[in-house]
Design a protein around this ligand. Sequence first.
Ligand SMILES: NC(=O)c1ccc[n+]([C@@H]2O[C@H](COP(=O)([O-])OP(=O)(O)OC[C@H]3O[C@@H](n4cnc5c(N)ncnc54)[C@H](O)[C@@H]3O)[C@@H](O)[C@H]2O)c1
Length: 502
Amino acid sequence: MTEPTAPRTLDQNPTAPRPASARATQGDPSVVPVFAPPPPGRRRRRYAVVGTGHRAGMYVGAVTGDHADVAELVAWCDTNPARMAYYDAEAGTALGLAGPAGLPRYGPDDLERLVVDERVDVVVVTTPDATHASLVARALDAGADVVVEKPLTTTVEGCRTVVRAVARTGRDVVMTFNYRYAPRNSALREVVASGEIGRVTSVHFEWALDTVHGADYFRRWHRDKATSGGLLVHKASHHFDLVNWWLDDVPARVYASGGLRFYGDTNAAERGLGPRPERGTGTVGDPWALDLTHDPRLKALYLDAEEHDGYRRDQDVFTSGITIEDNMAVLVDYAGGATLTYSLNAHSPWEGYRVTVNGTAGRAELEVVERGAVVLDGDGRAVLDPSATPDGVRAETARPSGERLRVQRHWEPAREWPIPSGVGGHGGGDAILLMDVFRRHLREGPDPLGRAAGYREGLRAVAVGIAANQSMATGLPVRVEDLGLGDLTPPDLPTAAAAGTG
Ligand SMILES: NC(=O)c1ccc[n+]([C@@H]2O[C@H](COP(=O)([O-])OP(=O)(O)OC[C@H]3O[C@@H](n4cnc5c(N)ncnc54)[C@H](O)[C@@H]3O)[C@@H](O)[C@H]2O)c1
């Protein structure tokens, strides 16, 4: 591994701080794009945020901070008034006002009126996954462009809803696949595209979520497959998007197997775990418990907002009602002939990932350790966010945090492939993604890495997870074509038929 720095993609943790300012440090020019200054007098684009939970913070911070010269926040939309009030106060502070920003607040039933009355150019969708498709379609129909968080949707019907709305309106949908922008992932794209390892024949990809971050998906709406699509849609859409993008290819057939084998009441009972509290807040000395009072942001956004909708952010991970898997294995055949073997585990003692790309001329290997061990404090609690509280993270000697990309051609020794640094701290990708989201019309020249993504890339990514869910339900492989999602092939790729596979 390289130096044990903190190479985290910033938002892989629920309370991660905002991306460091894009203006704070200069990044490597190979991953940090160059943008022209906005022409004098150019009108700022008007943004509304739909879904004012944790993730909205990144966009609110960007529009009221680094990108305030090209973008303007004009309205909030959420089902919960307390969360809208939280961000309104935060935006007021960021904009240097004496009090809250005082932006108009709408419920989701009034999205169309919001777009028209507030003359919104772009709607940012940061709501729970199963709500994305209809909100995207309604925003497009009302006359706005859309920036939507992953996953694009959770179902086949959701995919069709988005495809039809884009066809009807001709409007723009930006998918914010931030993992592409993490320099280590960009570097692997560079290796594959360079031809260094030849034509890709197979990919092996293992992602391990630890007992803090992984457990967090079992505390909130993500634990419900109908709302999140399960981790193969919610989480792995990042990973499947990376493989689609690294290979410039389209998934053709998917087989998956998995189950809930660690979290949930049945597994807990089998392992002899006694009666559990229903929620983490107020629980002492339990590493599985998340106490919302320990994090002022979580307290304000969730505990103090519960009275409006009863949404509990801190449910116990060993209660009943979990309908998603915690161990998953997926086999994907690509149209171009490569095979992906993928696995996701959500109760690992360390967090990170390993990718091996085999090609006709050699092999590339990316290894990332994001947290070498989960360390408990004197009260038996785990530090929820190691990047926000680095003092609480023990330096692991046997598994130091870090990243390493090695390339080895046939008949040659292995060599380190340099991973360029991003902007801001932590080598993260979010700050670069935000530049592309808010300033892309000012970009000087095309991105050689092709990182910007639209709804087609969103479809390609969720196609694997949706097919995998179907495969787990039936025990059979699923042809992506049979899902009837429409054309997943980006314009610059050969069609599956032309590539000779199906
Ligand atoms: N790219 C990343 O790294 C990353 C990281 C975190 C979250 N996300 C994505 O961001 C989205 C939001 O995640 P989060 O952690 O902020 O969730 P959250 O539960 O904290 O916030 C969701 C918000 O949406 C509101 N909401 C629910 N239904 C709504 C509706 N129909 N209309 C309007 N508002 C509604 C909720 O009240 C809440 O305020 C998810 O799709 C998630 O996958 C992406």
